[in-house]
Design a protein around this ligand. Sequence first.
Ligand code: PBG
Length: 325
Amino acid sequence: MINAKRPRRLRDTETIRKLVRETIVHKNDLVQPLFVVHGQKIRKEITGMPGQYHLSVDELLEEVKELTAVGINAIILFGLPESKDTFGSEAYDPVGIVQQAVRALREAFPELLIMTDVCLCQYTDHGHCGIVEKGRILNDESLELIAQVALTHAEAGANIVAPSDMMDGRVAAIRHKLDRNDYHHVSIMSYSVKYASAFYGPFRQAAGSSPQFGDRRSYQMDPANARDALREAELDVEEGADMLMVKPALAYLDIIREVKRHVSLPLGAYQVSGEYAMIKNAVQQGLLDHDQIMVETLTSIKRAGADVILTYFAKEMAIWIDDYE
Ligand code: PBG
């Protein structure tokens, strides 16, 4: 071939591949999810999520020390309460587990970006994300409680609250509550586009948050729908969200791309527990190369349009980046 167009020329060496690489995942893009529990000196590995732990507050501080040492400066916290009840009261208890954890972290790490998951499902005995009446998940009645959860997280020192319940109007309810209490500076990252997905399985085991009856399909989105994603995103923009999120990530790259195209706010994507567990399991069986799959999936999520990636691989990815660069 003479005068041929040869794309392979730019793939010839690692140096030239790096030169023309379009998408690079940075440490600053990553958010590490962490699970905090009551007690002391607890560091218990989560079944199905190798390398992820239930951490008591003292151990959480140790973990965050390690994270910041490798350059991960953003976390999202999930709490496991002492006990559950009908209205999920520990979720908005000013001295609940997440509120305690945020206070301790804020004091020990003034620069840490602390995000908190705002939801009731880990805290309710029925395992749903809102108030339940006669088998239905009530919307407007749940908003007051959800806004109260966000307020207690802001009071403890969270920078960003992240509602994951999928009730209509929660972003506006949270924004009003925060502003009325002078927390204008606290941001809302909305789980705007959250599908009713089977990929949350390991998380629900880890958080003990499986619904005790029915499922979440009356509030989380139908995986078959893409236009609904834009509608949810637009509503959250109108209601005052600062950032949006799509969840899960890998099976919804088209949705990430679509939302990115239509919305100018920063966009997050959550590589959820099932995505992590599938990779870890396949690696354990010798079927996939750990680091290559980690980098490939995270790069794909960023390439699709995510500005921020919530991932259980955050720490390992940061270490990989250090070795690679
Ligand atoms: C709480 C919540 C869930 C996840 C994040 N926040 C579980 C659910 O909606 O059932 C899932 C995260 C993961 O699977 O890693 N509503």
